[in-house]
Design a binder for this molecule. Sequence first.
Ligand SMILES: [Cu+2]
Length: 466
Amino acid sequence: MQRRNLLTGLVQTAGLAVAAASVSRVALAALPEPVMQTNADTAPPLVPPNGRPYHPVVTLNGWTAPWRMNAGTKEFHLVAEPVVREVAPGLKVNMWGYNGQSPGPTIEVVEGDRVRIFVTNRLPEHTTIHWHGQRLPNGMDGVGGLTQPQIAPGKTFVYEFVARRPGSFMYHPHADEMVQMAMGMMGLWITHPRGQHPHIAPVQRDYAFLLNAFDVEPGSLTPKINTMTEFNLWAWNSRVFPAISPLVARRGDRVRIRVGNLTMTNHPIHLHGHEFEVTGTDGGVVPPSARWPEVTTDVGVGQMRQIELIADEPGDWALHCHKSHHTMGAMGHGVPTMLGVEQHDLVEKIQKIVPDYMAMGEHGMADMGAMSMPLPANTHPMMTGTGPFGPLEMGGMFTTLKVRAGLAANDYRDPGNYTQPPGTSAWQWQGAPAQLPPAARTVPAATDAGAATAHKPTASGHQHHH
Ligand SMILES: [Cu+2]
């Protein structure tokens, strides 16, 4: 493996730190070597090898950029470039990003750190980086044309400022934004508190991800950059369910989750089984007197929400956007509503002309979760993912918080499916069928086992419409 391509583990990180410590004066006068990431897995947290200590974040399906210490300044090197991002196994998308991936690496620093970021442009057009939410000198704000000249292709710019406020922040271009953000150019910036902060609790697990969205026509490879509302890949850190890593917590851990929104619409992020508080935004710490319990928090466009909870309920708890279209994969849109429309005769006729034609949606669309439709190459199914009880019928902004007793503090591995204790699961009634009043209206039911009785006469004696 090339040295520039390493850094997915603590061992390599420590090796890099040793290398960085022995960099000569001459080398320090040169650009820091950019570290590239070649895969879309969640990297282990980067324990700081030098500088002020902090408890590192875990970037979902992402990683933290290593830095070089140069006379007390933390130096990072971001390379803006075209990348191929694996959005899910079987779905690769041509994006623009940083250092080999979209999103770019998370920048983690400590309140009071002096930070120098070298930005090299390997895109076919100019770019800049805006440091969303930071207090900084105007000339470091990264707005092309307003606060700085654009960074031309092939050129490197240097940004330098002190990380003044602890909190959750983002970075993204402020140059040809519509194109560059639609192509996936964005990243997270975490400023950890220096020492004990009165309103920032220590946490045992600290997760971070960005909400992003792409419009990739089924079977194609490149996002449509002019799309404003009709996206079909609703992603977290440029990944879609079931390819988004789970958040893992030990029972009793205090868990922080930092969510930034760089899409074109709001996302109500909902957690099952626990309540949480919003403890910070990209504007900084929320004082405890201004917090209240929630189970859903709306993350508006260009906003960040930092939530915290005590993970005290063991289980596999859904964590997802509550807009139901945003937990769907491609092809969920533009399908006509077929609820209650009998298609049996039609299908035969249409199949004479279009042999692959399938009837969809007559009984709802749950069929889609179990169905293996012929899909164009490089397409994510609309509803997918399988749990211990069957298909999950999801495909976008969805993952799980997996709470388990007795995990090691640094164990972030997927613990597998939760085993529900006997007597604590929902069960199917085995007694006499429910006696129901006549239905106001009946619709043909699906032919799965649970709905088979719908074809028999109902209690009212009416035959189902067939
Ligand atoms: Cu959403």
